[in-house]
Design a protein. Structure first.
Length: 304
């Protein structure tokens, strides 16, 4: 249990905002949880997150030790693109789920990271866990960022929120795109009738923008690069399908039958660019295309 005390120097500021700015290792949502649990007192009394401080208020904070994650570490090989004491960049293979779920309780990327990193993981929101800042789908391959400590997690989560992380994906889509470059600006939310899908027709969709450019025209297919301005669930898959060019192999948003023997969409997170949380240096990581993707490109080039 970590304990600390602070004194407010000005009047009228919300306590959760004040603590968020003065306790950099704690997220604002976790601070609100501590307030709700009575682990943050003002002048010895419990207060709500919207409490407005007075000058001279004494704030006592108790931060419980992080709870261990109830997930087994598994010795699963990782394709590591970069690693230091703050971050880990891995090239995720096709078919690997990022987080355990009811349908995938083990053999996930999280199980592999727990084994590889041991105790060197972030404890954001009071739970020891791999600091996975963003996710990619099970059948999407490529670059994935993991934070090893709370400081790195907080900074990189903020970069993601501000859309300053570079994320460029390579994909093969059905059809021939008319323009060499374009932008899809369409909100994405849960599909109105199929809850397993996302849609641009959702009533309460969230702002989503995808930029694309043609890399190569391959007859009835197009090899493209997509850059994310936002990061919604299934964003590239939904956006490309919405303009009539679903991703080849996508059995959710594309045609029911695929002329090639593929396991899910041909979508690869190729370029990941971040500002390093410790050095402030901008760094880019390039995940090589998986073998299946390169073979498919070769086949399509021969057929065009």
């Amino acid at each position: 249990m970590e304990q600390m005390s602070l004194i407010s120097k000005k009047k009228g500021e919300r306590i959760d905002k004040f603590l968020g700015e003065n306790l950099g290792d704690l997220s604002r949502s976790y601070i609100q949880k501590l307030l709700k649990d009575g682990l943050i007192l003002v002048n010895g009394k419990k207060v709500k997150a919207n409490y407005k401080l007075n000058a001279g208020d004494q704030i006592d904070v108790e931060v419980p030790d992080p709870e261990p994650l109830d997930i087994a570490a598994e010795n699963i090989p990782l394709d590591i693109l970069y690693e230091d004491e703050d971050i880990l960049i891995v090239n995720k293979p096709k078919g690997m789920v990022v987080h355990p779920s009811p349908g995938h309780p083990d053999h996930t990327l999280v199980n592999a990271i727990l084994y590889h990193c041991g105790e060197h993981l972030s404890g954001i929101n009071g739970v020891i866990r791999p600091g996975i800042v963003h996710r990619i789908d099970m059948n999407t391959t490529g670059s994935l960022l993991i934070c090893k400590n709370d400081h790195a997690h907080q900074i990189l989560a903020e970069q993601l929120k501000e859309h300053s992380i570079t994320r460029r994906y390579h994909a093969i889509v059905h059809g021939s795109l008319k323009a060499d470059t374009g932008t899809v600006n369409a909100s994405i939310g849960r599909h109105p009738t199929d809850r397993k899908k996302m849609s641009t027709k959702a009533l309460n969709g969230r702002h989503a923008v995808t930029h694309y450019r043609v890399l190569e025209r391959l007859g009835n297919y197009t090899y493209i690069e997509c850059e994310l301005e936002t990061g919604r669930t299934h964003q590239i898959r939904v956006h490309m399908a919405s303009i009539g060019h679903p991703i080849l192999g996508d059995d959710v948003y594309g045609p029911a039958k695929c002329p090639f023997h593929l396991e899910g969409q041909t979508l690869h997170a190729k370029i990941l660019g971040i500002t390093h949380p410790a050095t402030g240096e901008y760094m880019e990581f390039d995940a090589p295309l998986p073998e299946y993707f390169m073979k498919l490109l070769s086949t399509l080039r021969q057929k065009k």
